[in-house]
Design a protein around this ligand. Structure first.
Ligand SMILES: [Zn+2]
Length: 165
């Protein structure tokens, strides 16, 4: 058995300093860049790369509104988020060809939300045998992709085939 740690995950576990303000609201301010990890911007929402991914290609679909529940969003905002989920699914399927994809939302701390005040969907590519994201067992050697490489792949993908909203 071989144990491989994703270095950025380790940074996350070690880190105890909290950033000031809402990281999602801050990320939405500028144009897409590796700095804010926004890979696709829609009028009222964005697809953002998870800075501390469970797997390569882990995306977040985030509304612009700083709200802590789905029902607090307008139907227009919810519709756009749904479109973003579709574009995220397509990009992940074509770029990574995973065995599966999880799409879901954690509402509240007890449900596992890291950021409770600003709702967001997780779109997570899955591969057989990755059930424990940190520990990789068996003969397969998994080399984690750098966040820079992941960011570039998504940006290139959406630049080649820009979605319309
Ligand atoms: Zn916010």
């Amino acid at each position: 058995m071989e144990i491989t740690f994703s270095p950025w995950r380790l940074d996350y576990i070690k880190s105890d300093k909290k950033e000031e303000g809402c990281i999602f609201c801050k990320a939405m301010e500028g144009a897409p860049s590796f700095d804010n990890l926004v890979v696709l911007k829609a009028p009222n929402s964005a697809l953002i790369l998870n800075r501390f991914p469970y797997n390569n290609g882990h995306l977040l679909a985030v509304p612009k509104s700083h709200k802590d529940s789905l029902y607090a969003l307008s139907s227009e905002e919810r519709n756009e988020l749904n479109q973003l989920l579709c574009y995220a699914e397509k990009a992940i399927r074509l770029i990574y060809q995973p065995n599966g994809i999880n799409i879901g939302m954690n509402l509240g701390e007890a449900a596992g939300a890291g950021i409770v005040d600003h709702i967001h969907y997780h779109i997570l590519p899955r591969w057989r045998g990755d059930t424990n994201f940190v520990t990789i067992t068996g003969n397969l050697r998994v080399i984690p992709e750098s966040l820079e490489d992941t960011y570039k792949k998504f940006r290139d993908f959406f630049e080649k085939d820009p979605p319309s909203f």
